[in-house]
Design a protein around this ligand. Structure first.
Ligand code: GRF
Length: 213
């Protein structure tokens, strides 16, 4: 088995990036983050990457058309020779050419149990609807936003007393578990894309957390 090379795209805080770097270095994921690209110069993810000695570039999206920006990002990705391009809080819709170029090699994490609550502020949407079970999903990226083949899901039982922020924080903690696990399964070929669905071999596709007292 070969360790996968990952390029991570991020726009903000970078907590998922941090969890991927930690899992890689602690031997929990057969993959290495080789480059981080942010579309905003103020993205905290850039500082997270640099603080761990990971190369970090900004390809600013402000003022560029989608296709222009996508092309510049691809030019920044390709020299790093990634096996996977990993979206971690990348707040941009990707154009058709970009999606075709990285088809089957582009993964995302979303803070809901898809197909419920695609789009922005998923934990807030879930809280507003009073869901009893919430969670997060890793998936391959396709042209429909948050609708690609699902890889792993993690769910938790919701305490109705939680604020929206508390729910979001608990979902985020689950994200930090399943994103490295997802990439490790892909590296080990225990998760594979076949005929538009993800086939798992010898690995559970879900993680469930009971309510904590
Ligand atoms: C996460 O909730 C992720 O699911 C969503 O954007 C957020 C990014 O958070 N796509 P962070 O930048 O990784 O802390």
């Amino acid at each position: 088995m070969r360790r996968l090379r990952l390029v991570v795209l991020a726009s903000g805080r970078g907590s998922n990036l941090e969890s991927l770097i930690a899992a890689s270095r602690e031997g929990r994921m057969e993959a290495d983050v080789v480059r981080v690209i942010a579309n905003r110069p103020d993205a905290q993810a850039l500082a997270v990457a640099r603080s761990h000695g990971v190369e970090a570039l900004c390809v600013p999206s402000a003022g560029a058309s989608r296709d222009e920006h996508d092309a510049r990002v691809a030019e920044a990705i390709d020299p790093a020779r990634p096996d996977l391009v990993v979206l971690a809080g990348y707040m941009r819709i990707l154009g058709a050419a970009f999606l075709a170029r990285y088809q089957g090699r582009l993964v995302n994490i979303h803070p809901s149990l898809l197909p419920a609550f695609p789009g922005l502020e998923a934990p807030r949407q879930a809280h507003a609807r009073g869901v009893r079970i919430a969670g997060c999903t890793t998936h391959f990226v396709t042209s429909e936003v948050d609708a690609g083949p699902i890889i792993l899901q993690a769910a938790l039982v919701v305490d109705p007393a939680w604020s929206p922020e508390e729910l979001a924080a608990r979902i985020l903690a689950l994200e930090h578990e399943i994103y490295p696990r997802t990439i490790d399964l892909l590296a080990k070929r225990s998760a594979r894309l076949e005929g538009g669905r993800v086939v798992l071999e010898g690995a559970p596709g879900a993680l469930l957390r009971e309510a904590r007292p």
